[in-house]
Write a protein that binds this ligand. Structure first.
Ligand code: PLP
Length: 382
């Protein structure tokens, strides 16, 4: 398939990140379908925090809203404000909750803070009184993460003192799984049990437990609203098994310079790689400032015209060096395109080489990349 011509921004940038909105929408639809397979009318939200895991919250949000998504989660108030400007008619939840002094901005932008403790609930109730209208309350129960959310004691206060919700409409109860990617871990069942008891004690409110991997734990975990992030963007929600999701990103950089070196020469800072033979080294236009981690020193590979070329030496701030000695000379010149992420090396594969996970690779995708949005997996992968 032919690519559209480069835009000015793409011509100027060291690398172009292509985001396949069609793949993300298809992933969302597949996850929603998985939720409905249990025979209940389970809805599917989208987690767009950290700029939609590096993919761009506004374009991704718009595309998913077009596909029918009505519930969006972000982490920060500013992320919610940005998304609200693009999506006037959807529910937007702010996972980090409401910081003291920002309550009126939540009201002005019609954002729902996820209430993580009684203090936040109290200030939100006072806000509803001040504005003289009911506001949506979203209650986060901590069922085992020990991070954010109502702990056991605070949850029983809420169960026993319903007046705490006066002036609020309990719009959603949620909790977050600790280790959903490992179906054999007994923690999943323990959290499910605690969540169920709380949901039963607060009848009438919709509930949400499953993140991406949680969806694949089965219908018991689905409740009313699925809450995937990673799987939307193609990260494998079932590690160790075939990835059921479509990949959504491709990252192409370019060669800045090719040089010949003799045997026993070092390349890059610290002389961390030494040539065993006369070699050709290509220097490409991205580095750790763009999210290409220093941990990838001598551990990764890029692809040029489908052929692998090992990344050698230390990763610099703006540059990566690769050994192209085994590639035909004509195939690697200044300006040659280099696949950093794409069909030959997915974010999960790069993550393994960097000893991290696909989430960190995606959310670190650099602000200096030119971004291109395409529709359809075939186009993005061509
Ligand atoms: C509370 C909450 N719900 C849902 C998600 C989405 O999780 P995942 O990206 O694993 O699908 C996250 C992400 O960390 C989260 O913090």
């Amino acid at each position: 398939m032919t690519e559209p011509p480069l835009s000015d921004a793409e011509r100027r940038a060291g690398a172009v990140l292509t985001v396949d909105l069609g793949a993300i929408a298809a992933n969302w639809a597949a996850l929603r379908q998985a939720g409905r397979a249990g025979g209940r009318p389970v809805d599917c939200a989208a987690v767009l925090k950290a700029d939609a895991y590096g993919c761009g919250a506004v374009p991704v949000g718009r595309r998913l809203a077009e596909a029918g998504c009505r519930h969006f989660f972000v982490a920060h108030l500013d992320e919610g404000i940005e998304l609200r400007a693009a999506l006037p008619d959807v529910a937007i939840y702010v996972l980090n909750g409401v910081l003291a002094g920002s309550e009126d901005e939540f009201v002005a932008y019609r954002l729902s803070p996820v209430l993580n403790h009684l203090g936040q609930l109290n200030s939100w109730r006072a806000t509803a009184q001040r504005h003289d209208r009911p506001l949506d309350a979203v209650v986060h129960l901590d069922t085992g993460m020990n991070r954010l959310g109502f702990g056991t004691d605070e949850a029983s206060v809420l169960v026993n003192e319903r007046g705490r919700l006066r002036g609020l409409r309990l719009a959603l109860i949620l909790s977050h799984l600790v280790t959903a990617e490992d179906p054999a871990d007994p923690m999943n069942g323990e959290q499910l049990g605690r969540f169920r008891s709380f949901v039963r004690a607060m009848p009438g409110a919709p509930a949400s437990l499953a993140n991406s991997s949680g969806i694949f734990l089965g219908p018991d975990y689905h409740f009313d609203l699925l809450r995937p992030g990673a799987a939307l963007y193609g990260i494998n929600p079932v590690p160790g098994r075939d990835n059921p999701m479509l990949p959504s990103v491709r990252l192409m950089s370019r060669v800045l310079q090719v040089r010949r070196i003799d045997a026993l020469q070092t390349v890059g800072y610290g002389g961390a790689w030494r040539s065993a033979r006369p070699s050709r080294i290509a220097t490409i236009a991205l580095g750790y400032a763009d999210g290409y981690f220093r941990a990838l020193i001598n551990r990764s590979v890029v692809h040029i015209a489908g052929q692998p070329a090992p990344v050698i030496g230390r990763i610099s701030m703006d540059l990566v060096t690769v050994d192209v000695t085994d590639l035909p000379e004509a195939a690697v010149q200044a300006g040659t395109e280099v696949e950093v992420l794409g069909p030959h090396l997915l974010p999960d594969d790069l993550a393994e080489r960097a000893r991290t996970n696909g989430y960190e690779i995606m959310t670190a995708l650099g602000g200096r990349y030119a971004r291109r949005y395409v529709e359809g997996a075939a186009e993005a992968q061509s």
